[in-house]
Design a protein around this ligand. Structure first.
Ligand code: ARG
Length: 457
């Protein structure tokens, strides 16, 4: 008979038990369930609701149960539904009446929400650390190749030359915002639902502030109904993870393009690629493709929970049990993505020559020519128009922008001087973009030093 079986005259139908169990996946909450229960009984004893000796016996037995779970020597029973009732049943089996006091003034509704918050607090810290490693990998790769130039793209078309390290540091910024978002989300999830009971609190003199303090929560959730019904923090967490996945997926796409034969900008270490079972020559960027592919699963978790919650009346409904499986999957997926992508990036090598050759196309310096004219006092629109005319003339003649004579250039750009013909150097172009956030080597060196310092703990 289930722990709640008092008012029932029959056992649960086996199909119902199978359909509704959650222990097969919520077992991962066990360390947090034990932590929460120990704080709860400590408070109960301090408040004189149970005796000290009972609280101590319960805490000791919970630690023993945890040790068995750690060692894989605890038999989880699906007929006991979830991890919470598996642990409580074991406690009662060991301590009898004393164990039966653990659930005093508590419901699984506040218990589950407490456990999930403790779990997510832990995972927020782990994923923030994994993002740090990802940032380190990108900064290391950039620092090893500070001079390498490649064509920066807009619309996937050559735009302007940029430093390879500048491109990599763009991702470091994205991952920094991801870390900020997780830290921010952590603030809101680090609040205690414990003591909210099933919905309305308790007639027992519980001290909610004390359990919050014991569990390291920053504050107590003010409204008991909100405390058991709220899953906003999980949605926020999944939204933050979706952005992590999206950033990794964009990086993956850059890598996939760069390693393709059309670009040949990057070589991945053999250990991070796979071959074809048929074509002997193949070396495929499967890791990057899987990162791109797995991103869909993470978004799926976000949309699943948004959908689950949208029609739920207050407060707890069993639908809320569905908040876990896809959350756990999203967390595992993100950790796997970051854990694989960081060493893949750290061990990659740019083909500096191919990148430089692609960036040497003088058309990439057309803007530099227009800006040179602006420095001579021309309005930018006029400068843009003149250079456009010159680009058109070169295209019609089939010559590069650096191949015309000064006289020919002057037909489109009357103000042109001999020094205009020297603007068509990618290195000079990059070096000229010497402003905050620009791609000039001095600026990028500053950014690399900034990140090395920030990440260097
Ligand atoms: N396994 C359930 C969950 O994760 C536990 C809470 C059940 N509460 C209830 N009143 N049936 O949501």
């Amino acid at each position: 008979m289930a722990l709640w079986g008092g008012r029932f005259s029959k056992d649960t139908n086996q199909r119902v038990a199978d359909f509704s169990e959650s222990v097969s996946y919520d077992q991962r909450l066990y360390p947090f369930d034990v932590q929460g229960s120990i704080a709860h009984v400590t408070m109960l004893a301090e408040q004189g609701i149970i005796v000290q000796a009972d609280a101590e016996a319960i805490a000791r037995e919970l630690q023993a149960i945890k040790a068995r779970l750690d060692a894989g020597e605890f038999e989880l029973k699906s007929e006991l539904e979830d991890i919470h009732m598996n642990i409580e049943s074991a406690l009662i089996a060991a301590l009898g009446e004393v164990g039966a006091r653990v659930h005093t003034g508590r419901s699984r509704n506040d218990q589950v929400n407490t456990d999930e918050r403790l779990y997510l607090r832990h995972e927020a810290d782990e994923i923030r650390a994994a993002l740090r490693e990802m940032q380190r990998a990108m900064v290391d790769l950039g620092s090893r190749h500070p001079e390498v130039i490649l064509p920066g793209l807009t619309h996937l078309q050559n735009a302007q030359p940029v430093l390879f390290a500048h491109h990599l540091l763009a991702y470091v910024e994205m991952f920094e915002r991801d870390r900020e978002r997780l830290a921010d989300c952590r603030k809101r999830l680090n609040r205690s639902p414990l003591g909210a009971g099933a919905i309305a609190g308790s007639t027992l003199p519980l001290n909610r502030e004390r359990t919050a303090e014991l569990l390291g929560f920053d504050e107590v959730l003010r409204n008991s109904m909100d405390a058991v019904a709220d899953r906003d923090y999980i949605i926020e967490f999944l939204a933050a993870l979706s952005l992590v996945a999206m950033h990794c997926s964009r990086l993956a796409e850059d890598v996939i393009l760069w390693v393709s034969q059309r670009f040949r900008f990057l070589e991945l270490d053999d250990a991070f690629c796979t071959g074809s079972s048929l074509m002997p020559q193949k070396k495929n960027p499967d890791v990057a493709e899987l990162v791109r592919g797995k991103t869909g699963r993470v978004y799926g978790a976000l949309f699943a929970l948004l959908t689950t919650l949208k029609g739920l009346p207050l407060t707890y409904n069993r639908d809320l049990q569905e908040d876990k499986e896809s959350l756990f999957d999203a967390i595992d997926t993100i950790k796997a993505i970051l854990g694989t992508m960081a060493p893949m990036m750290a061990s990659a090598t740019p083909y500096a020559d191919t990148m430089a050759a692609a960036a040497a196309d003088p058309a990439l310096m057309a803007t530099d020519l227009a800006e040179w004219l602006v420095k001579q006092g021309l309005p930018f629109r006029d400068a843009h128009h003149m250079v456009g005319r010159y680009v058109g003339w070169c295209a019609a003649k089939g010559v590069g922008l650096d191949e015309a004579t000064l006289e020919q250039m002057q037909e489109s750009i009357p103000l042109a001087k001999p020094e205009c013909l020297e603007l068509f150097s990618a290195r000079r172009s990059v070096g000229g973009r010497d402003l905050t956030g620009g791609t000039a080597p001095v600026q990028v060196a500053k950014q690399l030093a900034f990140w090395a310092n920030r990440l260097g703990d």
